[in-house]
Design a protein around this ligand. Structure first.
Ligand code: GLU
Length: 445
């Protein structure tokens, strides 16, 4: 690591000591940047790293709402506008009880590099709330979303900051948020992505993160002279991302043997069928956050309270939440013959796990592999601006092209800097260079 990087990292640790997830994300990126930092003294001169680790703006606000019993509830809302060097802030909103400023700062920081990799003009941002949608009625979710947007609307705009979904925020929530924005601002613009089809949503957006990560895996396999057909796959999660991935994997002839929820995981030795994939939607819609019912319905095994990484598989796709796959899980996967891990959740693997896996197996970092979601959000922005709508085939073809560009950019950049096959370094370096060059060109701001 260069002296400059060490100094910035030490400052980040000192200044944000109570933000472990943010420190983890910064360390993961900065520890791979030495080759470009050393070759480009203009970055240090312009204090690019010091500026990149500080969000341009952070908004934190009260979200009061009334529950079905007439009781006033208060949650905390946030929007972290991290970096707008290459486009308006762009990134999802997460509604989950684990949401803190540290989590949203890590997500916003990662988003900046991810969005840079997509080839589209999008800066990085992230927001959300510690609101837990689990078990809430439709009316409660709507009133919460309206209150959240009442404050957020002052800080966003189609050319300023364009939020979207993430964990706990899907089509329903985006609809309520959009309705409230329109009402407050009296304008119909593409201020959110992941909208419903009738009001400007893009085809393929719901599937995009899951499809994108599978396309990314296919491009990696191609480099290794292998095919995804016939591969045994373990997925975690059963939300939107895991569903999209399962759908594409089943279409391509892979054998999906595991999905998981907060209650445990499902082991389906026969491999998931299209009916199983469709049932994932039903499970999610039930708003109970459990996968157990899948077992009885499809004659599969339910393993309570455990993660799916103990299952024998060729490829693992963590699709749930940050730090869901740790060093021990990584060892277990390798011992059981796993040859590829495609991190699909944001920072889904702990630092230990990444260090163990990267090089031992083919390892795809989340900011590259899961960029398909935000990429199609970028395409939704384009369609909204042009006031037209592309067909599903058109969007899917563009998504595939974008995932290929991200793959090749990460692969080629790693090779250029003498780290062939290291997608972690390649993605960080490629994502960084574009943002850093834009920042240098724009002066000290
Ligand atoms: N939340 C997704 C992500 O982590 C999508 C963000 C978006 O579509 O803006 O990239």
């Amino acid at each position: 690591m260069s002296k400059y990087i060490e100094k910035v990292l030490a400052d980040v640790k000192a200044k944000n000591a109570n933000e472990p997830e943010f420190i983890q994300a910064v360390e993961e990126v900065l520890s791979t940047l030495a080759p470009v930092i050393e070759a480009n003294p203009q970055y240090e001169k312009a204090a690019i790293l010091e500026r990149m680790v500080e969000p341009e703006r952070t908004v934190m606000f009260r979200v009061p709402w009334v529950d079905d019993n007439g009781v006033v509830q208060v949650n905390r809302g946030y929007r972290v506008q991290f970096n707008s060097a290459i486009g308006p802030y762009k990134g999802g909103l997460r509604f989950h009880p684990t949401v803190t400023l540290s989590v949203l700062k890590f997500l916003g920081f990662e988003q900046t590099f991810k969005n840079s990799l997509t080839t589209l003009p999008m800066g990085g941002g992230k927001g959300g709330s510690d609101f837990n949608p689990r078990g809430k009625s439709d009316g409660e979710v709507m009133r919460f979303c309206q209150s959240f947007m009442t404050e957020l609307s002052r800080h966003i705009g189609a050319d300023t900051d364009v939020p979207a979904g993430d964990i706990g925020v899907g089509g329903r929530e985006v609809g309520y948020l959009f309705g409230q924005y329109k009402r407050l601002r009296n304008e119909f613009v593409g201020v959110l992505t992941g909208k419903g089809r009738p009001f400007g949503g893009s085809l393929v957006r719901p599937e995009a993160t899951g499809y994108g990560t599978v396309y990314f895996a296919q491009y990696m396999l191609e480099k290794l002279g292998q095919d995804i057909k016939g591969k045994t796959v373990a997925l975690s999660g059963f939300g939107n991302v895991a569903w999209g991935a399962a759908q594409k994997l089943v279409q391509l002839g892979a054998k999906v043997v595991a999905i998981s929820g907060p209650d445990g995981y499902i082991y389906d030795e026969k491999g998931m069928t299209q009916e199983g994939v469709d049932y994932m939607l039903e499970l999610r819609a039930s708003n109970n956050d459990v996968v157990e019912p899948y077992a009885a319905k499809f004659g599969a095994k339910f393993v309570k309270g455990r993660k799916p990484w103990e299952v024998k598989c060729d490829i693992a796709f963590p699709c749930a939440i940050q730090n869901e796959l740790n060093g021990d899980d990584a060892k277990m996967l390798v011992e059981n013959g796993c040859m590829m891990v495609v991190e699909t959740s944001n920072m889904g693997c702990t630092a230990d796990a990444v260090n163990y896996l990267n090089g031992r197996v083919a390892f795809a970092p989340g900011k590259a592999a899961n960029a398909g979601g935000v990429a199609v959000s970028g395409l939704e922005m384009s369609q909204n601006s042009m006031r037209l709508s592309w067909s599903a085939d058109e969007v899917d073809a563009k998504l595939k092209d974008i995932m290929k560009s991200i793959h090749d950019n990460a692969y080629d950049t790693a090779e250029k800097y003498g780290m062939k096959g290291n997608y972690v370094a390649g993605a960080n370096l490629a994502g960084f260079i574009k943002v850093a060059d834009a920042m240098v060109a724009q002066g000290v701001c």
